[in-house]
Design a protein around this ligand. Structure first.
Ligand SMILES: NC(=O)c1ccc[n+]([C@@H]2O[C@H](COP(=O)([O-])OP(=O)(O)OC[C@H]3O[C@@H](n4cnc5c(N)ncnc54)[C@H](O)[C@@H]3O)[C@@H](O)[C@H]2O)c1
Length: 383
């Protein structure tokens, strides 16, 4: 039985709590959020006698009722923390990090140093410096760190892998991908760490479309060349990009074209086209189509896997989290370990690097903002 804690009890933590709460071999022993009401909300919604762990708490006695508070309520309360450092010293085997981006790497480093497993939401880090610290810690404490690239576990992804492995389109020569979603002012107001370089590290790329970039790279490998631009078309109140495009060149002349924007009217299904020497595989949401040369097209509609959360997040969380714990138990390598997340992180950083200083991020009220290195510069001279 693994004793697990969740840090950051906002939107995505619900999916983690639901998944963990339904696993036989896991107990949830700690819920941590700086906003205590969020941790309580998760406790109330997802914890029950079967999945609630039993870390001894000094806070409550064994009496049935204390100060008018009943035992069940007290047990839930005893799992709640507001300072993540407190989780370093309690008897848990693993933590799930579901916090703002800038906290992922520093938190992960501290937990793996204590020998605790870490399942962390994307991204791994928001800077090269943070990533280096992670790499050093991971080298010293291997096999503890895993990342939530759940779309690698989608049925659509597994089907595309299979069609390619069967040679149905020949060698892959290129991939193009489109993510067009909608993030308005209310989204950023609901989580003030979003929309700021310091805490989110970027926008449409690092947050919304990183999963799609990850899938593109699954079929293309490491890019040899990256040309990219970022811009902010529709929300002057945020610092980060709402739109990103990238052109990538890979070994053997293979190419990738990538476009993502948070400025659309709805969260439209992700589109990925994998071009092969003898055909094409096309993903549109949950539909995969195979266009093999000289054959009639074949269409496959993949079922939505059981789970909670938004459709456009994909529904691989359950399979991904279960695989992480299976690998911890067996000692097998988890495909989403730091090594497995490195190409996506590096490529994302190359896209930002190539975009820097050339592009206006925001303009409004007569001012424009560009990103140079780690800084956002305000210029009144740009149009
Ligand atoms: N894999 C996916 O499909 C997916 C989907 C959505 C979000 N995410 C990722 O999940 C993470 C969280 O995103 P979200 O949308 O749930 O954000 P959110 O703002 O809803 O939740 C973040 C929570 O962290 C808490 N928090 C902030 N600082 C903290 C600290 N020092 N200690 C403890 N808690 C702290 C906040 O109070 C908040 O409740 C991000 O990394 C995001 O990119 C992943």
């Amino acid at each position: 039985m693994k004793k697990v804690g969740i840090i950051g009890c906002g939107s995505i933590a619900q999916v983690h709590a639901w998944t963990l709460g339904n696993m036989e071999d896991v107990e949830i022993c700690a819920l941590c959020d700086v906003d205590v009401s969020r941790a309580r909300n998760i406790a109330d919604k997802y914890l029950n006698e079967k999945n609630r762990g039993s870390i001894h708490s000094e806070k409550y006695t064994d009496d049935k009722e204390v100060d008018g508070v009943f035992e069940d309520k007290r047990e839930k309360e005893s799992l709640i923390y507001t300072n993540w450092h407190d989780l370093l010293d309690i008897d848990i085997d693993a933590v799930h990090i579901c916090t703002p981006h800038y906290l992922h790497a520093p938190m992960a480093v501290e937990f793996i140093k204590r020998g605790k497993a870490v399942f962390c939401e994307k991204p791994c880090a928001i800077s090269l410096e943070q990533f280096d610290e992670l790499k050093n810690a991971d080298l010293k404490h291997p096999g503890l760190l895993g990342y939530c690239f759940q779309n690698r576990y989608n049925e659509t992804t597994l089907l595309m892998d299979k069609l390619i492995a069967e040679g149905r389109i020949g060698e892959v020569t290129g991939v193009r991908a489109f993510v067009t979603w909608r993030r308005d002012r209310s989204y950023y107001e609901g989580s003030p760490w979003k929309g700021r370089f310091e805490t989110e590290g970027g926008g449409a790329l690092i947050n919304q479309s990183i999963h799609t970039l990850d899938l593109m790279l699954r079929y293309l490998g490491e890019p040899e060349q990256v040309k990219a631009s970022i811009s902010n078309h529709h929300l002057p109140s945020i610092e980060v990009e709402d739109t990103v495009e990238a052109w990538m060149m890979f070994e053997g002349g293979r190419r990738g074209c990538f476009y993502a924007s948070n400025g659309y009217v709805t969260d439209a299904p992700v589109i990925i086209d994998i071009q092969g020497e003898t055909g094409r595989i096309s993903l549109n949401g949950r539909k995969v189509s195979l266009y093999a040369e000289g054959k009639d097209p074949e269409h496959f509609l993949c079922e939505r896997q059981q789970g909670i959360g938004k459709d456009y997040w994909g529904c691989g969380h359950k399979a991904c989290i279960r695989d992480f714990y299976k690998c911890l138990e067996s000692g097998e390598r988890f495909q989403n370990d730091l090594g497995g997340a490195t190409n996506t992180f590096n490529t994302m950083m190359k896209i930002y690097e190539d975009s820097q200083a050339e592009h206006i991020l925001t303009s409004g009220g007569g001012a424009s903002y560009i990103r140079v290195g780690d800084m956002v510069i305000c210029s009144n001279h740009m149009s």
